[in-house]
Write a protein that binds this ligand. Structure first.
Ligand code: MG
Length: 475
């Protein structure tokens, strides 16, 4: 298994390998589901919307989803042919750079020689695709390998507890093209201009994850150029490394921690509303990105021609509140950020502002690119697991927006606690049962022609994917 994975890594993570990778990036469901062709067909039925999860009571499931991680998913109600969500669960062994091409993926039950100089991290991720499945499929298969690749520089530093040097030493000399013999320590007079910041290990890992997202985005760009694939995806990734959990979010998926019944948010959503000021500032600095069609200013509603010269409320990149201005001709252009809540859009086109892909995305019937406004860099939050005692019902819940659009954090936490407390604490299926329950609650039940929740509100018509990650006994 490892040699096969290494071959994939060297082809896909390395440089231009993406160009011929498309055959391996065809639509699929998560590997750990192990769906037969018949099961896959049933899972794709929009009319029934069967909830799919790994086999209960299966020892194979425990190997494919270590920590007894719970998972469930359901396809959308017909908005797209395929389920555009993807999921990944991996354990990755990272050796220092130059020991090998990239990280090895360790499957459950596989022994790793802990004497080898390296690090192991656990990884869970959800990808919510749009305008096609390719970006989410590619990210689900490869993002953890990019994280591994970025961590290779840190193996010695993190293992030995060293203070990170500003230039990375490797077994083949110093990084950035500098050779050991070329380098001399600064003289006393130089030293006062070369004060070094103290950089924590935690920030090195955050930087590695951020950079991995960037590398992943660039690889998707190469793929989209080479093969003309379209679309993008939101990405939510959790990395457990050296006693801490790193939650990286780029998009509108969400992670929460439930600890002793208390809810601790582990991510923020990135939408046109939450990132309005960043978007407006970019447009203010580079108005050419708006193609003379949009204004970076926001108004409470579209302005009519007859209102030019009147006073109207507005706000720009520097404002959280509103003020009046005299309307000019230029203000008649369409606002860069327009709409509210789930209907808010950037340039009337896209409802998320961070994620991977979308390199070809343009405003409808124009040559105006959206990508400059979309960031591939995640916000990374850190949870120091070792600082807390965790009970048997303490979990992290990851969900795509199909879950969170229709049920609140509190409803999710209450449902999880109810399911977990109804099962024996040594039942390995309890977290999968909790994940299934969340998907069922957010999908609802088919009544007439629509999906309805128990309170008769509309159920989610989106793809829904949920991980329930137990913390007790694993950290
Ligand atoms: Mg979604």
């Amino acid at each position: 298994m490892i040699s096969r994975v290494k071959a994939v890594v060297s082809q896909l993570v390395g440089g231009s390998g993406a160009a011929d990778s498309s055959p391996q990036l065809e639509y699929c469901r998560p590997v750990f589901l192990q769906l037969s062709p018949e099961e896959r067909e049933r899972a794709a039925d929009h009319s029934c919307r069967n909830i799919v999860s790994p086999g209960l009571g299966s020892s194979r499931r425990r190997l494919l989803l270590p920590w007894d991680t719970g998972y469930a998913e359901v396809i959308n109600a017909g908005k797209s042919v395929f389920n555009e969500d993807q999921a990944a669960r991996e354990i990755v062994w990272v050796e220092r750079r130059n020991n090998r091409a990239a990280g090895e993926v360790v499957k459950g039950g596989e022994n790793v020689d802990k004497e080898r100089h390296g690090l192991e991290f656990h990884y869970w991720a959800l990808f919510d695709g749009h305008a096609g499945t390719a970006a989410a499929v590619m990210a689900a298969r490869l993002l953890h390998l990019h994280i591994s690749e970025q961590l290779q520089d840190l193996v010695d530093i993190l293992q030995d507890g060293e203070v990170p040097p500003p230039i990375c030493l490797t077994s083949h000399g110093m990084g950035n093209g500098v050779h050991e013999g070329d380098w001399e320590p600064p003289t006393d007079s130089e030293s006062r201009f070369l004060l070094e910041k103290e950089i924590s290990h935690e920030h090195l890992i955050i930087g590695a994850i951020e950079n991995a997202f960037r590398q992943m985005d660039q690889q998707i760009e190469r793929e989209q150029k080479a093969h003309g694939t379209l679309g993008g995806c939101c990405a939510l990734a959790v990395v457990y490394l050296l006693g801490k959990i790193y939650v990286a979010n780029a998009g509108d998926s969400r992670a929460i921690l439930i600890r002793n019944g208390e809810i601790i948010p582990l991510s923020n959503e990135f939408t046109p509303e939450s990132e309005r000021q960043r978007l407006q500032y970019l447009a203010y600095l580079q108005p050419d990105l708006l193609g003379n069609e949009f204004t970076h200013l926001e108004f409470p509603r579209r302005i009519q021609h007859r209102e030019v010269g009147r006073r109207m409320l507005f706000r720009d990149y520097s404002m959280t509140g509103w003020a009046y201005k005299t309307i000019e001709e230029d203000d008649l252009k369409f606002p860069l950020v327009y709409g509210e809540g789930k209907k808010a859009r950037v340039m009337a086109t896209i409802g998320v502002t961070r994620g991977l892909g979308d390199h070809n995305l343009k405003v409808h019937c124009s040559n105006i690119h959206i990508k400059p406004f979309l960031s591939c860099i995640p916000e990374v939050k850190v949870y120091d697991v070792a600082k807390y005692e965790h009970g048997v019902d303490d979990v992290i819940v990851l969900g795509t927006d199909g879950l969170w659009d229709v049920i609140s954090n509190r409803e999710v936490a209450d449902a999880v606690i109810r399911v977990l407390s109804s099962c024996d604490t040594d039942d390995p299926d309890r977290f999968t049962l909790a994940a299934r329950d969340l998907v069922m609650r957010s999908r609802g039940i088919l009544k007439g022609h629509g999906w309805r929740l128990s309170n008769d509100r509309l159920g989610s018509g989106d793809d829904i994917s949920v991980f329930v990650i137990p913390l007790y006994g694993h950290t």
